[in-house]
Design a binder for this molecule. Sequence first.
Ligand code: TRP
Length: 443
Amino acid sequence: MVLVRGRFRSRLGLIFAASGSAIGLGNIWKFPYMAGQNGGGAFLALYLGIVFTLGISIMLAEFVMGRAAERNPVGAFAKLKGGWWPLAGYLGIAAGFIILSFYSVIGGWTIAYLVKTAAGQLATADPQALGGVFGAFTTDLWEPLIYHGLFMALTMAVVGRGVSGGIERASNILLPAFFILLLVLVGRSLSLPGAAEGLAFFLNPDFSKVDAGMFNAALSQAFFSLSLGIGAMTTFGSYLSPRANLPGDTLWVTFLDTMVAVLAGCLILPAVFAFGLDPAAGPGLTFITLPAVFSQMPMGGLFGTLFFVLLVIAALTSAVSLLEVVVAYFIDERGFTRARAVMVFGTVIFLLGIPSSLSFGVLRGFTVAGKGFLEAMDYAASNLLMPLGAIFTALFVGWVIFPKALAEATNNGSLPFAWARPWGLVCRYVAPAAIVWILVNGL
Ligand code: TRP
């Protein structure tokens, strides 16, 4: 049987799909609350520094590997060198299973909150009452499970339609819709009386708050947000045409992802300050504090609903990239058809997510290394598998295939590539050393 690999149809296909992957719950749910907890602007400055040195270099390394090999992460290491290297690819596939299993649970929450907001069930300004709603929802047995299943089904529907017909088409519609919604919401938030104080908190750096823990938090957040370390960008790179400009596309994706994180901060923190709520509320910021904000805002029902539409879109395009990593491996290396790979592994990932979903309710007492199941999955992926994957990618590109990688990045010398030297240095030395440092600190 001749297998024809999928391919992005338009020049913007990769930028849209990779940005859709990068822009997700990490930007809108996690980034603002981490900035809120870590002293605002100082965290932002550190985050920007990491993204534009390490993040950008590893993303380009993944794109290069993918396009050079035209394979999934395991196949890419195997085809470009072989030996033990494909093991690094297997780490990525395993991380894809794990991350998507809990990501889909939170993705399900966003659909549930879209429904609840649209139905007017969250129209109260009392954070206590909203905390109660959130607690009742997440500890319930069936409701979050059903939404987790629904979220996985949507993800499978997109991935099942293939690279250009599913992923590329969905991103081409969803990403522009996402940006329009985001700008409308930021405008609404910044026009609230008292918004300036929140903006100042977000943008003024207090460098006295910088410590090792904050470095650590900024680094793992940067990798998660840019979808690095598991071969997601390798997989998307493998669907690229030989003419694409890899360094240019890398800059675009990094820039768009970072801009959305900053805009999400400008959306959420000013609104939180305007209504006198706590910016350090943590993971509950999106699900508890924000509904309180919307309920006090003129036309808050409408803007609240739009906000959760935004969040569902962001989560869905990211989940698609996670499932695609797994599916691409089984298509390329194990001879699965796309339809069968999506059915089988979508179901497996749904099942793997069940204990995460229940870890807030009936399985609350069941802990792994002192953490609830969802938290343990997140921790294993973000603090172990992803940093390891990123180290191997950097070392592989920097030391093992560098001349070939440089030729690939510049389309055999025909493209200008101003940051070729720093890229090589970061891949060889800076990224491995810095990541080993977080790995050690994180464990
Ligand atoms: N980047 C996404 C977010 O910010 C999550 C994500 C999608 C991801 N694909 C990934 C994280 C691959 C790590 C690896 O929400």
